[in-house]
Design a protein around this ligand. Structure first.
Ligand code: S3P
Length: 174
């Protein structure tokens, strides 16, 4: 498969800013903005939360891979924001790598907890101890994110615009 470099793929944990950063980045590059969660929701006519509660996580992971397979040859001039669990499957990473440059938005656990607390839309963070859930999940995913990334951008303490500027600068040097 030929590597297309005209797409940007954003990966990272829930609350790392993939959607907000992705939208502004797309605007700056005059690219389309796409979000895998939104695409799955549109395709299934169901929220992510509803997919998890009725069909389970396994089914959602299958839908994520099917979506990547369906767009992998046609995606162009796009910024693609991905669900936080996308890089845990090898096939997904392979497909994403073939689509474009993978940027990992790296965010500390404290910032993540700040951002996702009070959020009821993320099925994996439901439960009593948010800090414990985030810690456990983040710990199990860090190496996947780092290994999959072409570029790592630290986001802690930066405004969305500053993060986008950092990405644009880094892309220039690549
Ligand atoms: C998930 C992250 C969510 C969504 C689903 C599962 C995960 O996306 O795909 O709730 O496994 O980390 P965001 O990272 O956009 O919140």
């Amino acid at each position: 498969m030929m590597k297309k470099v005209d797409n940007i793929i954003l990966i990272g944990f829930m609350g790392s800013g993939k959607t907000t950063v992705g939208k502004l980045l797309a605007k700056n590059l005059a690219f389309d903005f796409l979000d895998t969660d939104e695409m799955i929701e549109a395709e299934e006519a169901m929220t992510v939360q509803h997919i998890f509660s009725t069909h389970g996580e396994e089914k959602f992971r299958e839908l994520e891979t099917s979506l990547l397979l369906s767009i992998s040859n046609s995606l162009e001039n796009s910024v693609l924001s991905t669900g936080g669990g996308m890089p845990i499957k090898e096939i997904n990473i392979k497909l994403l790598k073939a689509m474009g440059k993978i940027i990992y938005l790296r965010t500390s656990i404290d910032t993540i907890i700040d951002r996702v607390s009070g959020d009821t839309n993320r099925p994996l963070l439901k439960g009593n101890n948010l800090k414990e859930s985030v810690e456990r999940l983040l710990d199990s995913r860090l190496t996947y994110y780092e290994d999959a990334a072409d570029i790592i951008i630290d986001t802690d303490g930066f405004e969305v615009k500053e993060i986008v500027d950092k990405i644009l600068m880094t892309l220039k040097d690549k």
